[in-house]
Design a protein around this ligand. Structure first.
Ligand code: ADP
Ligand code: MG
Length: 243
């Protein structure tokens, strides 16, 4: 099986503060990995290192076959294949839903305008928002905005999707619709790295769960093992608090 993400001995420091401490992992094509762990444990920083929104202090990160820790690698090219969805949707408020989705692929000349709008309509149907193409973000609920943000990321036809707490800012009744879209994406075979506090989702959808604590991957494995037979005290006490 093809390796999509290879991380070896990743260290990230902010000043004297070591926030990622010698992390290593391999993520295969089509794998869905959920990162769980306490606030401040380095989950977002790890995710941001995978598309070089943060630069590694040392170690190696290979994404899609490109060593992004090598300064000769064109990170913008690699980023075209990595979709990222944040807690706060970051849609462009002055653009319609359709314009938000077609912007990157047309600007970067990955698709023609016609191809991009055709794909955008397909993606909007997929996330259940076909009727919203002419709406502005302000007219949408949080859950709808997040589904547009997912469609926008998918418009670049990425190989990998990164999600940083995509449902944390949503009202509870909107969480399910967003998770359903993500679950469908997982079933379609997308490689996904997801930081989440939705333990039910992680249990059901993840191929692997990584528990992060103090900048370390303390424990990882199949969700059944992590949730039902955690080995570390830290994992147990974290799960006791959140489950
Ligand atoms: P998590 O996502 O698990 O809550 P983060 O990756 O956001 O954790 O943060 C890990 C640690 O790195 C925290 O101590 C945080 O304060 C620190 N940190 C994150 N981003 C920065 C930054 N840009 N500058 C300095 N410290 C940061
Ligand atoms: Mg975070």
């Amino acid at each position: 099986m093809a390796t999509k993400v290879f991380v070896d001995n990743l260290v990230k420091k902010f000043g004297d503060n070591t926030v990622l401490n010698e992390l290593s992992t391999t993520i295969n094509d089509g794998e869905v990995v959920c990162l769980i762990g306490p606030s401040g444990s380095g989950k977002s920083t790890f995710l941001r290192c995978l598309n070089k929104l943060e630069e590694a202090t040392s170690g190696t990160i290979v994404v899609d076959g490109f060593d992004i820790t090598d300064s000769k690698t064109d990170i913008n090219l690699v980023r075209q294949n990595i979709g990222m969805v944040f807690q706060h949707f970051n849609l462009f408020p002055h653009l319609t839903v359709m314009e938000n989705i077609v912007l990157a692929p047309t600007d970067l000349k990955v698709l023609t305008a016609d191809e991009a709008s055709k794909l955008a309509m397909e993606l909007l149907s997929k996330v259940g928002l076909a009727d919203k193409h002419d709406a502005y973000p302000e007219a949408l609920s949080g859950g709808q905005k997040q589904r547009v943000a997912i469609a926008r990321a998918l418009a670049m036809k990425p190989d990998i999707m990164l999600f940083d707490e995509p449902t944390s800012a949503l009202d509870p009744e909107m969480v399910g619709d967003v998770l359903a879209v993500m679950k469908q994406l997982a079933e379609d075979g997308m490689t996904m790295v997801i930081v989440t506090h939705e333990m039910g989702f992680a249990k059901e959808v993840a191929d692997r769960v990584i528990f992060t604590d103090g900048g370390k991957f303390l424990e990882e494995g199949h969700p059944t093992d992590i949730f039902e037979r955690p080995q570390h005290e830290r994992t147990k006490s974290f799960l006791d608090k959140v489950l």
